[in-house]
Design a protein around this ligand. Structure first.
Ligand code: BEZ
Length: 258
């Protein structure tokens, strides 16, 4: 990766090579999902398809969807035997088709959470379940704070509308699910400090891949010094023995369609 360039976050090859922890950390989420032989499962935001494959290998019939054509293209290359499609979670076109809607590390990218929940509820058969993990309240708080501090230090205004994420509390998300007919049966919010690949480069890679919207209005020549400032703010808390960590906080939920 070029040392200053902010990447398109849905560069599928880069995502698979440098951020594979996203699907690797979700193995126990698949256990929580507990897919049954023959169940119809929608993997919402399937990325390059690794978890879709894991779920399918338990005997379920899985469809993987993602709004990014680059991800679906890579998923089809990775697992040509599985069913993938480019579909936006805000406009799910399914009605009572799935026993389960599953989602890992995606829903925090969609601020229009209510539209997504309405579509999930419609997609599920009565009695079907929704199993999801994503960023919860105060997820990556240290990183966001460091980005804001670095922007201010370099005389750029902090524009909260550039923050691309939705990180709800359990109470907020549980209420939203119940408002739309999904009964919450399990919810947890927990810290998961996550090691980033590539040693010293880890935090810069993560920021370029996932947090590029904060820098969209900045001249290229200023970006490197801001990245350096962000690292300086974060080093005492998130850099240990040659490895950067992201201060992830995850929310996990299971809800049943009434
Ligand atoms: C997360 O998985 O929590 C996450 C990933 C990228 C950006 C923000 C949060």
């Amino acid at each position: 990766m070029d040392s200053t360039k902010f990447e398109n976050q849905w560069n599928a090859e880069l995502y698979d090579s440098k951020h594979s922890f996203v699907s690797e950390l979700a193995t126990d989420l698949v256990e929580l999902l507990s897919p049954k032989q023959g169940e119809c499962i929608l993997d919402l935001g399937c990325g390059t398809g690794h978890l879709t494959y894991k779920i399918a290998s338990k005997g379920a019939k899985v469809m993987g969807i993602d709004s990014a054509p680059t991800m679906i293209e890579q998923a089809r290359k990775n697992y040509p035997q599985l069913d993938f499609d480019v579909i936006n979670a805000k406009n799910l076109p399914f009605t009572e088709q799935f026993d389960v809607v599953f989602s890992n590390a995606v829903l925090h990218w969609i601020k229009e959470a209510e539209e997504v929940v309405v579509g999930i509820n419609r997609a599920l058969k009565p009695g079907g379940r929704f199993v999801a993990e994503f960023g919860g309240k105060d997820n990556v708080k240290a990183i966001v704070t460091a980005i804001y501090n670095a922007l201010q230090k370099n005389n750029y205004p902090v524009d909260a509308t550039l923050n691309p994420w939705y990180f709800p509390s359990i109470g907020e998300y549980g209420s939203l699910l119940e408002k739309h007919g999904l009964q919450l049966t399990f919810a947890t919010l927990f810290e998961r400090p996550t090691p980033l690949e590539d040693g010293q480069q880890g935090m810069q890679n993560w920021i370029k891949m996932f947090a590029n919207s904060f820098f969209s209005k900045l001249p290229l020549e200023n970006q490197l010094s801001i990245l350096t400032d962000i690292e300086d703010y974060l080093r005492p808390s998130l850099y240990k023995n040659g490895t950067w960590f992201a201060d992830y906080r995850r929310i996990r939920v299971i809800a049943i369609k009434l």
